[in-house]
Ligand binder design. Structure first.
Ligand code: NI
Length: 177
């Protein structure tokens, strides 16, 4: 079953999500529904807060792109992901977000990261990621702290995106009499 994806300015997108105690059947079920939702959107990453669940869970699949590497197969399902190390070098990608439909902007982030997380079997894993994958993972982990990619932009650019989203919302929801 696909889940509805929240869009700005929903306040749940600005909350800090809670760690999961363990990856039990409920969390695995959530990961499966998030994958289904992400593929249907379509998107290459999704965090639980974006579907209104304030838990530290993300899913990522950049299978279509070969611009990253990781020591595990796609798709990635992670609980309680944490960055242990980030490179001093930065990469920039044109980022988008299912919670800010149709909006894109260039964001700089560390180009290589080492992270630790719980996998679908509740096993603790460490892995490194680079390229697009490193960016997507950082973008999704930001969601767990209520951070959106527009937060990295200048106020001018951020306001421009906010105005475009407000306009798109007005067009979708005609004013009632
Ligand atoms: Ni996003």
């Amino acid at each position: 079953m696909t889940l509805p994806v929240l869009t700005v300015p929903d306040s749940r997108l600005r909350q800090v999500a809670a760690p999961v105690r363990e990856v039990d059947r409920g969390v695995v079920h959530l990961m499966e529904e998030m994958l289904e939702t992400m593929y249907a959107a379509p998107g290459i990453g999704l965090s639980a807060p974006q579907v209104g669940i304030l838990k530290r869970v993300i899913v990522v699949d950049i299978a279509g792109s070969r611009a990253g590497s990781i020591s595990e197969q796609d798709p990635l399902c992670m609980a309680n992901p944490a960055i242990l190390w980030a490179s001093g070098e930065y990469s920039s990608y044109n980022e988008g977000c299912l919670s800010l439909p149709g909006q894109y902007a260039t964001v700089n982030r560390p180009s290589r990261i080492l992270l630790r997380y719980l996998d679908r079997q509740n096993k603790m894993r460490d892995c490194t990621a680079d390229g697009l994958l490193a960016t997507v993972l950082q973008h999704e982990m930001d969601h767990l702290d209520g951070v959106l990619f527009v937060d990295y932009l200048s106020k001018l650019k951020r306001d421009m995106i906010t105005r475009r989203l407000q306009k798109a919302r007005r067009l979708r929801q005609p004013a009632s009499a």
